[in-house]
Write a protein that binds this ligand. Structure first.
Ligand SMILES: NC(=O)c1ccc[n+]([C@@H]2O[C@H](COP(=O)([O-])OP(=O)(O)OC[C@H]3O[C@@H](n4cnc5c(N)ncnc54)[C@H](O)[C@@H]3O)[C@@H](O)[C@H]2O)c1
Length: 403
């Protein structure tokens, strides 16, 4: 592979599928990762992440010579930054990976290159990287195209959504936006919406914050209903009969690496102004704590009335139904919290979407259903809805499995 069109910094859940797609469309891609295992697996035409269709597309791209991975970037025309942006300390965004990836490509940049950040980033990150780039390479001032374009794919449907989803593209100036649009046009069929970098950065954060706030409203209702003696599921279903009301479902909190994380990127930088977004985060976190407390209370009540310790089934560990992803999962937090205070009770942990777990011993659903005295539904997996518990069981349904 001689001429490289695109360098992809970060070959994870987003970087690898994007790189494979670009290669399939005819451009040559050089993927860069700090993880040697990731590099070896890609160069062997394999994938280290589970995603439908991905394996075939990566194998073809590597076979064709248009996709290759290594630990160091090379000269290209377009550089994409798709590295992690976790949070650190008191829920503050950590853009050190974006900065490290940008520094790595700094010596390679030349006039006319396009630099795009796709990593979910705090507002102003693209401007910060612009300052970094031009302070280190002043001779390139205003001769590069710099833009931000967030990713909004759904794991499990990534290959389809990468192509078909609308994209929001914001450059540091209009010529950068236009140049980035040209780039995405080659493999995205969804609409490409043009804006500035800050708006594009904030758009991604707002999409996830909006979900978080709406789920927090449902979770808050569930807390009120529990005290008021009202069935929250019936209440929401009736309220949603109003033509302009659409309340989401409550659950045992909010998890995953996006919705439970991204709102903090706003709250951290705008604490005074983001009262509602911050409160939503607190409510959704509190809901998990509340569920754990409910399970402890049910456990004590059982012991008092039955004169023996209950066997408790905790149903689900993933952060949402029918997936194997446990990142930031409220169900996992609840299981850990409940079992921390264990007093020799017997627990059955059920997660039908994974085979084993390094901390929890997993029990098949049917077995837990049969042997437990208390059944706490933490995730509304489809399997759980197919066979419901016997009438003599104590059921804590935090996510509407019985509805
Ligand atoms: N996964 C999703 O569904 C999703 C959706 C939308 C947005 N995002 C955002 O996209 C970004 C990437 O997410 P992801 O899920 O692909 O993360 P990931 O952890 O799967 O992949 C990131 C990769 O970057 C590598 N890396 C770290 N530092 C590097 C460096 N300096 N140079 C080169 N590689 C480096 C890591 O080893 C890793 O393989 C994040 O900001 C995330 O919030 C992810």
């Amino acid at each position: 592979m001689d001429r490289i069109d695109v360098v992809m910094m970060g070959m994870g859940y987003i970087g690898l599928p994007t790189a494979a797609l670009i290669a399939r469309n005819g451009d040559s891609v050089h993927g860069v990762d700090v993880n040697q295992r990731v590099i070896e697996s890609i160069n062997a035409g394999k994938t280290h992440i589970v995603e439908p269709e991905l394996e075939t597309i990566v194998a073809e791209a590597v076979e064709s010579g248009r996709l290759k991975a290594s630990s160091t970037p090379v000269v290209a025309n377009t550089y994409l930054i798709v590295v992690p942006t976790p949070f650190k300390g008191k829920n503050e965004p950590d853009i050190s990976f974006v900065e490290a990836a940008t520094r790595a490509i700094l010596p390679l940049l030349k006039e006319g290159d396009l630099y795009i950040i796709e990593s979910t980033s705090p507002i102003g990150t693209t401007d910060k990287m612009k300052d970094l780039i031009y302070s280190e390479r002043p001779e390139l001032q205003d001769k590069l195209y710099l833009a931000y374009c967030p990713e909004r794919v759904l794991p499990g449907n990534v290959m389809y959504e990468l192509v078909h989803n609308d994209r929001v593209i914001g450059g540091i100036d209009e010529r950068s936006t236009a140049k980035a649009v040209e780039f995405y046009k080659k493999y995205v069929t969804g609409a490409l919406h043009q804006t500035n970098a800050k708006t594009a950065e904030m758009c991604k954060l707002v999409e996830n914050s909006s979900r978080d706030v709406q789920i927090a409203f449902a979770n808050e209702l569930s807390l009120i209903c529990d005290k008021a003696g009202v069935d929250v599921w019936e209440l929401i279903s009736l309220a949603n009969k109003h033509p302009r009301v659409n309340i989401l479902n409550p659950g045992c909190g909010v998890g995953g690496h996006c919705i439970a994380v991204d709102p903090y990127f706003i709250v951290s930088d705008y604490p005074l102004e983001s009262k509602l977004i911050g409160a939503a985060r607190e409510i959704n976190n509190y809901k998990s704590f509340w569920c754990a407390e409910k399970i402890q209370t049910a456990r004590l009540q059982f012991e008092l009335s039955e004169g023996r310790k209950p066997r408790i089934a905790l149903m689900g560990l993933s952060f949402k139904p029918d997936i194997d992803d446990l990142r930031e999962s409220p169900a996992k937090y609840i299981a850990q919290k409940v079992m921390q205070n264990t007093n020799n009770e017997e627990y059955f942990i059920v997660e039908p979407n994974i085979d084993n777990h390094h901390i929890f011993k997993l029990t098949p659903y049917q077995e837990a259903l049969k042997n437990a005295d208390i059944i706490a539904y933490l995730v509304a997996h489809s399997e759980f809805k197919k066979q419901l518990p016997a009438r003599d069981k104590i059921v804590l349904d935090f996510c509407g499995v019985l509805n």
